[in-house]
Write a protein that binds this ligand. Structure first.
Ligand code: SER
Length: 605
């Protein structure tokens, strides 16, 4: 039985012996990269070094990196997907013959001192070439020279690696698979199909290109690199012939714990298995996020929103299998016991992690209670409607509209299944189709909001909110004027009563500094400057020096709001027409939001 501890040790021993230096993994929240919420791969925090910066530890490095990938959230519950995992990574920064890195990968996989896999059971894939880059014969030959028989050429969709939005260092890759020995599913069966014959364990990426901006052509990097990454949990499971990632290590421990405390047993039904796994995965992700130095807590924006979603989803699953959600604190203990050994922040934040989990459980339970009352009102409404209809000789179906179901979901966090269940108990059906439509609309809005397309968390489009929104732009301009352009927006939330603005700054602001900021904004207000808006394509917007999150996240056309010479920002709006609409700006609070992030609350009076 190989454990994840063993695998980490072997990784460290092997790469140290081959002249690589160990570096510490980074925070799970990317620094200076507002385009994504979480660190998604080992290479992610290393982008500057992959683009040519010299690394202080030299050009051969390795680490273990905590990662969160939320794009797989809907697949969690199957055998292999996790939203959170540890990645074993190593890098050669600079030109290195591919054969050298391939040989190292091969040796690690097959040497009896390391993973001891049989080469006959390995398969690899290599980039087949297209207009961007040629066929990777060098890598193909390297594998063949190692004695691997099953080497497949595949296209860009399988053998090209780039960060989420396609911007940044990228290149052809070569993936390594274990051939499980299952029969081929068809004549063309290859690691590209998901029949389960081949399971991926490792990926060597030849970072030879860079994409500077959305939709731009990949350009050759002056100094190419090799980036390799192995998913820890998956590899451990495979090495132990386990059927899923939940059958080994700490994940198994948590599944067993739940099994001891829930009404429904693990594997009792397909649904129960899924719910067990979602809880196990999501609470681990939550522990990793809460246990990060950045001090994220559940909220309605950014990382806090994802965290809230993880916890609430786990609560819903717990409900279905009859598990008391307050036991999430015990599950967190199991994770902290384990990961606290590797990550100091997780160890030192044990109580914080548990408290925050329980607070969210409590909050959500209250929302659910409110939701029950609301549900009763919906039923009452339909009953009344039915009576009226009866008087007119018409009939009304016992059906709850998708709109009402969605409101229960959106405002009270009622999952669709819950409403459906309650409805059925009362002899009602629900309009699933309409709910789906509303849900899709909402998802699209959240996606855009998370992507920063509608900057600023503007909750409504009232005049007062629009004015506060303009005040937010002036506030950022004032802060940048005082502390420099490095000060960036890190969160914004606007209600018709006040604005709340988060930004990076390394100290608590003094009374004098706050006065200065207030003065700057009020000065702009008194100058009665028109607020103008133009639609530009992303490139033009960038060139114009507009503030904003650049990355794949924007559409091609963006709105740019300009306030005279003071401010220019990419933003969805709406805004005041003139700064004089704002009347008078007043800061009511300045406080810490999380480590290195300050928060200002202000009003217009
Ligand atoms: N960047 C690659 C991956 O995440 C290899 O490290 O798979």
């Amino acid at each position: 039985m190989i454990t994840d501890e063993n695998l980490k040790e072997l990784w460290s021993k092997f790469y140290t012996e081959h002249g690589f230096k160990k570096i510490d993994g980074y925070s799970i929240i990317p620094e200076n990269d507002p385009t994504v919420l979480f660190t998604t791969a080992g290479m992610h925090p290393l982008v500057p070094y992959l683009l040519g910066e010299p690394h202080p530890s030299g050009n051969k490095i390795f680490d273990v990196q905590r990662c969160i990938r939320t794009n797989d959230i809907d697949s969690v519950g199957d055998d292999w997907h996790l939203t959170c995992f540890e990645m074993l990574g190593n890098w050669f920064l600079g030109k290195c013959p591919k054969e050298e890195m391939i040989k190292l990968s091969y040796e690690f996989l097959t040497s009896p001192d390391y993973l001891g896999l049989k080469k006959e059971n390995l398969a690899t894939t290599v980039f087949a070439g297209d207009e961007t880059a040629p066929r990777d014969d060098e890598t193909y030959n390297a594998w063949k020279n190692c004695g691997i028989n099953q080497v497949f050429f595949l296209g860009k969709e399988d053998n090209w690696w780039a960060l989420g939005g396609g911007v940044g260092p990228c290149g052809p890759d070569s993936e390594m698979f274990l051939d499980t020995g299952k029969p081929k599913c068809c004549e063309e069966c290859s690691p590209a199909c998901d029949c389960g014959k081949y399971v991926e364990i490792w990926n060597d990426v030849f970072m030879q290109y860079n994409v500077k901006g959305v939709g731009e052509q990949a350009q050759k990097l002056e100094r190419p690199n090799i980036d390799t990454g192995m998913g820890l949990e998956r590899t451990v499971a495979i090495l132990n012939n386990a059927k899923s990632v939940y059958d080994t290590g700490c994940l198994k421990q948590v599944i067993d714990f739940i099994n001891d405390h829930a009404k429904a047993g693990y594997k009792e039904s397909e649904k129960a298995t899924r719910y067990y796994r979602i809880i196990t995965d999501h609470i681990r992700s939550s522990v990793f996020i809460l246990g990060d130095i950045r001090g994220i807590v559940p909220s309605n924006v950014g990382q806090g929103y994802i965290l809230r979603r993880f916890i609430r989803r786990a609560i819903n699953c717990a409900r279905y299998i009859g598990l008391d959600s307050s036991l999430f604190a015990n599950i967190a203990d199991l994770y902290v016991d384990k990961y606290g050994k590797y990550y100091d922040d997780i160890a030192s934040k044990r109580n914080f992690i548990k408290d925050e989990l329980l607070k969210e459980v409590d909050k959500f339970s209250k929302a659910i209670e409110e939701g029950h009352k609301e549900f009763e009102k919906v039923i009452l409404g339909i009953e009344k409607h039915k009576q009226f209809a009866l008087q007119k000789g018409e009939t009304v179906e016992n059906k709850i509209s998708g709109k009402a179901v969605f409101r229960l979901y959106d405002t009270f966090g009622f999952p669709f299944e819950l409403t459906k269940e309650l409805a059925e108990e009362r002899g009602y059906s629900v309009d699933e189709k309409e709910f789906e439509e509303k849900y899709k609309e909402h998802q699209e809005k959240s996606r855009q909001a998370a992507a920063g397309q509608f900057k600023g968390g503007l909750a409504d489009s009232s005049k007062q909110s629009a004015y506060l929104h303009t005040a937010t732009h002036l506030l950022l301009a004032a802060l940048q004027n005082k502390y420099g352009k490095e000060v960036k927006q890190r969160g914004s939330n606007i209600t018709p009563e006040r604005l709340r603005f988060d930004f990076n700054l390394d100290h608590k602001m003094t009374k004098e500094e706050l006065d200065e900021i207030e003065y700057f904004v009020n000065d702009a207000i008194s100058k009665a400057i028109p607020v103008t808006c133009e639609i530009l394509n992303l490139e033009e917007a960038k060139k114009s020096g507009a503030e904003g999150i650049f990355g794949n996240k924007y559409g091609q056309e963006v709105k740019v709001y300009t306030i005279g010479e003071i401010s220019k920002e990419i933003c969805g709006g709406p805004h005041a027409e003139n700064t004089s609409n704002l009347h008078h700006f007043k800061i009511i609070k300045e406080e810490s939001s999380s480590s290195g992030i300050r928060r200002i609350k202000a009003i217009l009076d």
